[in-house]
Design a protein around this ligand. Sequence first.
Ligand SMILES: [Fe+2]
Ligand SMILES: [Fe+2]
Length: 474
Amino acid sequence: MAEVRADSRGEARQSFFAKQQLTDKARTAFQQLSAVVKNTSLYPEGHPSVLISAEKLLSTVRELLVDRKEAAFYLVGGELFFETLSVSVDQSLSLLMEQLAGMDIGGIAYKPGLTQEELVRLAALLNRDAASIAARGGIQEAAAAEQIAHVELHRVLLVDQRAGGDIKKGKKKASELFLEAVETVKELVQAVHLDKAASMRRMNSVVQAMVDTVLENRDALMGLTSIKMYDEYTFAHSVNTSILATALGTFLSFEKPQVAALGVAGLLHDIGKVKVPHEIINKPGKPTEEEWEAIKRHPVEGALLLSDIPGISRIAMVAAFEHHQHDNERGYPKAEGPLRQHLFSQVIALCDAYDALTAARVYYSVQTPPDHAVRILLKQRGTTFHAILVKAFVNMVGLFPIGTVLKLDTGELGLVTHQTHDLMRPRVLLLRTFDGTEQDQVSLLETSGGRYKRSAVGAVNPHTAKIDIKQYLD
Ligand SMILES: [Fe+2]
Ligand SMILES: [Fe+2]
């Protein structure tokens, strides 16, 4: 097992760094394009400043083209992407982004064979006003006339509509999976109650499908975790923990079998609760000392139950046993010797805590809004929770997770529906103007005249504001 752990971490680290390097290089290329465009607007085409900046851009683009047929950038809703990777850009680049959007350019693909002269001609073209480009029949025709053969310019797609369609499609699939997973956990718990060996095949296929969905559309599944089920708390909690753990594993670039193992571990981490009397688990308010001792047995009971189920991954058993051991003071069961929680148990512990905080339980009058839960986890990084995992988790769910209601500086209210590369600037659904169409999906990254159109000034508790999030996220 130690070997598996080292491998998965090694691979994850490698692919994480590779992605990081690629996005850094892509960002550099975009900054260099901005420099060429700026220099071309200030100096004549043969000026050394123009030529040097074009040469720099050319060399970065050539590096990007080493192992690909084209180096393609896309602009979507105020965000920059290199292929499918989100590239963070600061406000200094927003003018170029707007300039491109104003010319109806939604994508730039550089091709092998590109020359410095072509880049200078491209920059000159980008400095023309939109009307003169339109007079030449559009940007693609103008680029062809300028003999810019190794740069392909794409029109702005109707991205918002397309993304909206995808979200809806993804949600339906994700919510079906959610229900299916709840059913599977129920069946498994019943099987355990009846002391029968449970079939793992169905469970594995559900988790596999979850992994696939997370890889396809993490936001859709993440959105689901904000729709809590008000009854059947442990089931819903198990599924949510599994979804979050699967998403975090994917975010950390773990290999697919590892992500699937995390999914199973998340679904089963609290299975030991079936051995704790029902009245204690569902008791409103604080448990007595005696009741607390019974609750604290669930990790041990869980590990014992799972050791009896054929075909279960050992990781699930380890995670069930270790998921409350996070600190030696209050953690349980007590660790003998120095505490060494398996990395996967630490992932489960973190996702478990986040879900427990944000869950709406019948007997809790106030549920912690998602952004508060994130802040609580941040406070415990490096103590209760693994500091790097917390950081990755927050990067994944955002400082304002999906389901958070934000007050904007425009006076509008926005419900967070997607994350972007900027933790402070998610995509939101404007609630006041919401009329069931997709035009109200806006990104807080959108700029106008080099300034952000909208910024979040704070989060609003949806319960106090009497906003039913479910109707928007369903
Ligand atoms: Fe637990
Ligand atoms: Fe739990």
